[in-house]
Design a protein around this ligand. Structure first.
Ligand SMILES: CC(C)(COP(=O)(O)OP(=O)(O)OC[C@H]1O[C@@H](n2cnc3c(N)ncnc32)[C@H](O)[C@@H]1OP(=O)(O)O)[C@@H](O)C(=O)NCCC(=O)NCCS
Length: 160
């Protein structure tokens, strides 16, 4: 695990035979479990608090991940609300024998910081230092709005 700054993290995991699905490639659930850990590590270090996962967006398994691949996940805090953080995850699968790398997925986890009583609690505001961070933040804002809109439409509840 590399420590790049307090709002990004990179973690890697080797895909072992026990993670195989019925086609012999890596089971989607194992990949999700890894991504959830990366999102947790990124958000927990940024906030310095207990974190839970609220939602996961844009998970598409468009390319298989193979047993033996080294899966590397680059994570960054794209957006901070009051208690929520959106963590963007870029996933790279590397064939260790050939060195060939494939960008298999980019997805977004929304994480919530909790206080000692398990209630959502404020996270320090996100500072945006460069154009990439500003673009990611802008895109995350749009995703947050459409997420809340969808949620309201489907649950009839008022949130956010
Ligand atoms: C996370 C949890 C504590 C939030 O509780 P809640 O009562 O919904 O929280 P609030 O209504 O106070 O909202 C807290 C934040 O979540 C956001 N939020 C809540 N529901 C949302 C939704 N459906 N879509 C987008 N954002 C949402 C709110 O906008 C708010 O953001 P902000 O603090 O940045 O302004 C609660 O839903 C929970 O415990 N969930 C289970 C988490 C868990 O166990 N995850 C592991 C997998 S099961």
């Amino acid at each position: 695990m590399e420590h790049q700054s307090n709002k990004t993290i990179t973690m890697s995991e080797i895909m072992t035979p026990n993670m195989a699905n019925f086609t012999g490639n890596v089971h989607g659930g194992d990949i999700l479990s890894f991504l959830d850990k990366v999102a947790y590590a990124c958000a927990s270090r940024y906030a310095g608090k207990t974190i839970v996962t609220l939602s996961v967006d844009n998970v598409y398994f468009k390319e298989p991940v193979h047993v033996g691949d080294l899966l590397t996940c680059h994570a960054s805090i794209n957006y901070v609300g009051n208690s929520t953080m959106e963590v963007g995850l870029k996933v790279i699968a590397e064939d260790l024998k050939t060195g060939k790398q494939r960008h298999t997925n980019t997805c977004y986890f929304t994480m919530v910081a909790l206080d000692e009583k398990g209630k959502p609690t404020r996270v320090r505001p996100l500072e945006l230092h460069n154009d990439v961070e500003k673009r990611r933040h802008q895109e995350a804002l749009l995703r947050k709005e459409s997420r809340l809109k969808l949620y309201r439409e489907h649950s009839g509840r008022k949130k956010g």
